[in-house]
Ligand binder design. Structure first.
Ligand SMILES: [Zn+2]
Length: 76
C-alpha cells in the first residue's frame, strides 16, 4: 500500500498515511485530530527520474546548484 504525505493547515503538521491509491485524495485526520488535512505531492514521487542524489551530484561540480536555472540560486 502506498504511503502519502498530508499537511494539516490547522496545526501545520506534516504526516504520512498508508492508504490505498483510490483513497489517496481523501482528506485525512492529522495526529492532533484535526480533520481535513490535504495531501501533499512531495514524498511519494520516485517515478522515472534518476535516483535521488545521483543527478544532483553530477550537476554540482563547477558551482551552482542542480536546478538547471529554474530556482532562485542566482545563476551558476
Ligand atoms: Zn492538525
Amino acid at each position: 500500500m502506498p504511503m502519502y504525505e498530508y499537511f494539516c493547515r490547522r496545526c501545520n503538521a506534516k504526516f504520512e498515511v498508508l492508504r490505498s491509491m483510490d483513497r489517496s485524495d481523501d482528506a485525512a485526520a492529522c495526529p492532533a485530530g484535526h480533520a481535513g488535512a490535504v495531501r501533499t505531492l512531495s514524498v511519494f514521487a520516485p517515478v522515472g527520474r534518476t535516483a535521488p542524489g545521483g543527478s544532483y551530484e553530477r550537476a554540482a561540480p563547477g558551482g551552482g546548484c542542480a536546478c538547471g536555472g529554474a530556482c532562485s540560486c542566482g545563476g551558476h
